[in-house]
Design a binder for this molecule. Structure first.
Ligand code: PLP
Length: 264
């Protein structure tokens, strides 16, 4: 049996979060928990704690290209996952790398703000996401504020239509930020839409979006179709949040490793 079938490789482009809630650590843990392997290109270091992001220091574009090239020359990458990008230059370099590997699914988590509200994406970065990355994206996973900001539309159905029109194949808009009793996560594509409901949990979590996007990438790499992949990844993420710990002064950290039931 080939290694790829046994444990598919997901190449993650994400930032480093030193408290281990979000970013690359979330990716590694969430992907390992699905039975897949994370290869990692760190786009940026961040100075942050569980309360706030103070500063981002992006990697140089040259080093990013070299690191990604080393992985892609060696490992059989079965899916890409993108999180925090750090700069428009890095985003554009990643788009060039992914364009050269067409046919490999891409999950794009458009990280535009920290949980504390700090802006993590300027206008130049937004333009590269819209113009260069969305046309390469299999599944875009914005939360509702990110969907509105990327599309310029207030209504989420209209926002999803705009985003699909910019070239991504599927959009999963998470509904945590909406004022609804339960949470409505909605998957949109050319065939229509499907709502996945989940219970609203008390508290705030650091890295919930990263956990979801990384586990989605793993399920796609494992060969699952988009709807079962969404169902599995949303169920897994909810379990991680239910078992979250609060070691710091701010947001809770998801517990991603352990025994989690599948949703069949
Ligand atoms: N990636 C990094 C490195 C971050 O610092 C953050 C938020 O601070 C995120 C991603 C997004 O985190 P979340 O999954 O909570 O939206």
């Amino acid at each position: 049996m080939s290694q790829q079938q046994a444990s598919p490789v997901i190449l993650c482009f994400s930032g480093h979060d030193p408290v281990g809630g979000a970013g690359i650590q979330a990716d590694i843990e969430a992907i390992a928990a699905q039975g897949a392997h994370a290869a990692t290109v760190i786009t940026a270091l961040t100075v942050q704690d569980t309360q706030n992001v103070q500063r981002i220091e992006p990697l140089s574009v040259e080093t990013l290209r070299e690191v990604a090239g080393a992985v892609l020359d060696d490992l059989p990458v079965a899916a890409f996952k993108i999180g925090l990008l750090g700069s428009a230059g890095i985003a554009s370099a990643i788009a060039t790398i992914i364009r050269a590997h067409s046919g490999i699914p891409l999950v794009l988590d458009p990280v535009l703000a920290a949980g504390s509200g700090k802006d993590l994406g300027d206008d130049a970065l937004l333009r590269v996401i819209r113009d260069e990355l969305l046309p390469l994206t299999t599944l875009l996973t914005p939360n509702s504020p990110e969907a509105r900001r990327l599309s310029g539309e207030e209504n989420l159905d209209t926002a999803a239509c705009q985003l699909l029109g910019m070239g991504c194949r599927h959009v999963l808009i998470t509904g945590t930020h909406e004022q609804t009793r339960g949470i409505h996560n909605t998957l949109y594509d050319a065939t229509g839409q499907q709502v996945f409901e989940s219970e609203r949990l008390p508290g705030e979590y650091h890295g919930s979006g990263c956990t979801l996007a990384a586990s989605l990438a793993a399920h796609l790499a494992l060969g699952e179709d988009i709807i079962p992949a969404c169902r599995q990844a949303l169920t897994y993420t909810e379990h991680c949040l239910r078992h979250a710990r609060s070691p710091g002064r701010g947001q809770s950290l998801p517990t991603r490793l352990g025994q989690f039931p599948r949703q069949d």
